[in-house]
Ligand binder design. Sequence first.
Ligand code: URA
Length: 242
Amino acid sequence: MRLDKFLSEMGAGTRTELKKNIRAGRVTVDGAVVRDPGAKVEETSAVVYCGQPVAYEAFVYYMLNKPAGVISASDDPREATVVDLIAEQKRKDLFPVGRLDRDTEGLLLITNDGALAHRLLSPKHHVDKVYYARVSGAVTETDVDAFRAGLLLSDGLACLPADLRVLSTGMDADGATVSEVEVTIREGKFHQIKRMFEAVGREVLYLKRLAMGPLTLDPDLPSGAYRRLTRAEVDALSHAQS
Ligand code: URA
């Protein structure tokens, strides 16, 4: 790839700054000064920019605490996407791993690693996804059993067995009964959690993803914030399979 692209993707500076510094002889590649911004370099080249070594990372991984109101897409002509929220990122190849509905919050992995995404999303691998939800009415043991047995959705699709745990049941401000639950599913059908509750006559009022395989939403990440995954988190994800 071009030297200026290598540096730009690694966030070393703006294209204009980079070109200026390259032309001024402030960049070396494998020990030699290179003054052509379009010079070809390898991912493995030893690039030093203004005295700082810059290592190329082929893959990047971010954990986003998705806020409500943002769509799970890479780019969109009209609306802000989850990838737009990764402000520091200069790469064009990022995408969200799976989709959360516009009104769903919580853990979303954003990366450019297609092979990892495929493993995590493949129905074959049955990676656990854990959600917290507030649901209308008092969730019962009958509902728990129905989730465990594997629900049939309104369009006839059968779900794999899922774990439903009731955390609490109480009244909301208007006096309506509401349950707080945790649900673990091992697949990712369209609107799955909402449709599973619909199948037992309940409505999801709020939904947040807490975990995906071994990756757990960092409690220190406020809504809309993101951070890079640690090496240990990336390693754990690449072995995720239940
Ligand atoms: N299930 C849903 O219904 N919505 C989501 O966003 C994720 C899982």
